[in-house]
Design a protein around this ligand. Structure first.
Ligand code: FE2
Length: 190
């Protein structure tokens, strides 16, 4: 990928702001500020054309591009690109997480339950599209459902490959299990 200098600068500016919010302490208000800062970044739509982040259908339908990550594995920003469909079961993140829409739609369900409890119960269903986003604290549980393709920012307090195994609800056995992110992530940093 040829470096897009404006994109590199816009990402660096956003991550500088998000780093400061994170450093002041993470709570519901802080992740809301991070969500708003990512919405501002997403307004620069011409810097994030879908054609620069094509989805690879050979995996689970979803392709992750790494846009920024700190040297200590903290503060990771990705673009998730989905050609058609992808699903993620109810899971937590063990760190804060924000999703902000660029193209298409991603349905997010929030759950009342925390991992390790009983079966997760949906508390809220939110469709992420352009100009919308959602923020989670480390223990919050959500699931993802995409149909018809989507391009979104996914931002986490810690890089996904370095996170310990996260908790997810395994519907077929009706219990909480753990999963490690294993699929390759494309490093799209300049
Ligand atoms: Fe997630």
């Amino acid at each position: 990928m040829i470096e897009n200098i404006e994109r590199t600068a816009a990402i660096a500016d956003a991550m500088t702001d998000i780093r400061a919010i994170d450093a002041a302490g993470i709570d519901r208000d802080a992740v809301e500020l991070i969500r708003r800062r990512l919405l501002e970044l997403a307004e620069l739509r011409e810097l994030f054309p879908w054609s620069d982040f094509p989805a690879d259908d050979s995996k689970d339908g979803s392709t992750l591009y790494l846009l920024s990550q700190d040297a200590d594995h903290r503060l990771a920003l990705y673009i998730q690109s989905v050609n058609d469909t992808t699903e993620a079961p109810p899971h937590d993140h063990l760190t804060w997480a924000c999703i902000v829409g660029l193209e298409g739609e991603e349905t997010n369900c929030r759950y009342d339950s925390v991992a390790g409890g009983g079966p997760p119960q949906v508390s809220e269903k939110i469709t992420i599209r352009r100009n919308t986003g959602i923020a989670f604290l480390p223990d919050d549980v959500h699931s993802i459902h995409v149909q018809g393709g989507a391009l979104n920012f996914h931002c986490y307090g810690h890089d996904l490959l370095d996170l310990p195994a996260r908790n997810y609800w395994a519907e077929h056995v009706q219990e909480w299990r753990t999963m490690k992110v294993q699929f390759p992530i494309i490093d799209a940093r300049p």
